[in-house]
Design a protein around this ligand. Sequence first.
Ligand SMILES: NC(=O)C1=CN([C@@H]2O[C@H](COP(=O)(O)OP(=O)(O)OC[C@H]3O[C@@H](n4cnc5c(N)ncnc54)[C@H](O)[C@@H]3O)[C@@H](O)[C@H]2O)C=CC1
Ligand SMILES: CC/C=C\C[C@H](O)/C=C/C=C\C=C\C=C\C(=O)[C@@H](O)C/C=C\CCC(=O)O
Length: 299
Amino acid sequence: MKKGGGGGGGGGGEKQRAQRGVRSDPQREDGSATPVSIMSLAGKVALVTGGAQGIGRAAVQSLLKSSAKVAVVDLNKTVGEQCQNQLDAEFGEGRSTFIQCDVTHGDALRDAFQRTVDQFGRLDIVINNAGINNEKNWEKTIQVNLTSVIKGTYLALEHMSKEYGKEGGTIINVSSMAAFLHSPHQPVYTATKHGVIGFTRAMADAAAQDDYGVRINVLCPAFVDTPLLHTVEDEDNMGKFVKFKDDFKQSMNKFGVLQPPLIAEGMMRLILDPSLNGAVMKITCAKGIHFHTYEPMSA
Ligand SMILES: NC(=O)C1=CN([C@@H]2O[C@H](COP(=O)(O)OP(=O)(O)OC[C@H]3O[C@@H](n4cnc5c(N)ncnc54)[C@H](O)[C@@H]3O)[C@@H](O)[C@H]2O)C=CC1
Ligand SMILES: CC/C=C\C[C@H](O)/C=C/C=C\C=C\C=C\C(=O)[C@@H](O)C/C=C\CCC(=O)O
């Protein structure tokens, strides 16, 4: 399996940014800009769903390295507690907290947000990352990958938006390159990832027009080397679509497999670049971190 994952890529020209609903990059008088990789999140608090492993875990690591405090919200108690122990050892106790929560349980998710604010005093960054790949229990896939992203976005706004008297913040919703390159083996997963893009772009427009003070962006990784990726082999996950697993594996070999830290780098760029709202970030082996541009709406 080809590994890859170049970095690089940026926001394109002014016209492209306009198409993406993105304001021009803020720059100093001399045209320089602070590299996002060294900007600090000291004093900021983040909440990451599905943060105990995979892409979410990499995002948690990057957030803590940037001096943020982080709530790791995850269904998996065992992995979550292991994650907490590792984070305490690396970053010191009190910098992060594991909250076991099934994001499909609305009251539990609301409680996880409140516990985060109660413990750390504020909320500035929310990454709706938790996701599954199950074409057998496809209703569950919709609940986790789309419904809970919508719920997580609305809960984030309750704690960050000026419409609720809060101080602002930023939200990242996690989609997938499956929304740009569909294939027969995961039709409902693909539908949820399309939905995350549409919902996020619409919410970003609402946030801008109604001055929420919150930037909302979507991230579309290609194949990433995590446990989720290997579920395509399982009939328990794929049902009758498991017959297409070889097509999927051919795509993986053709397009390459990314590593979670590069996805976390893309997330940090979305968090730290104040010009980005409504952006659709794509991360692939071929082009690294880059943005999707949409043709202007025509009558
Ligand atoms: N791995 C890949 O190739 C790609 C993944 N993505 C997306 O990235 C996100 C993260 O995926 P991975 O890190 O690869 O998966 P993963 O399976 O490694 O990690 C997902 C985490 O979410 C948690 N989770 C699952 N259901 C949950 C629920 N109901 N409530 C709370 N937590 C729950 C799991 O316990 C796990 O810790 C997902 O939205 C996925 O669709 C997007 C593109 C590519
Ligand atoms: C069980 C699997 C779970 C997650 C895997 C992931 O969510 C699905 C990814 C599906 C497709 C990935 C496509 C990757 C495409 C590329 O790497 C591009 O470089 C080339 C392909 C098309 C470009 C189209 C575009 O950029 O609009």
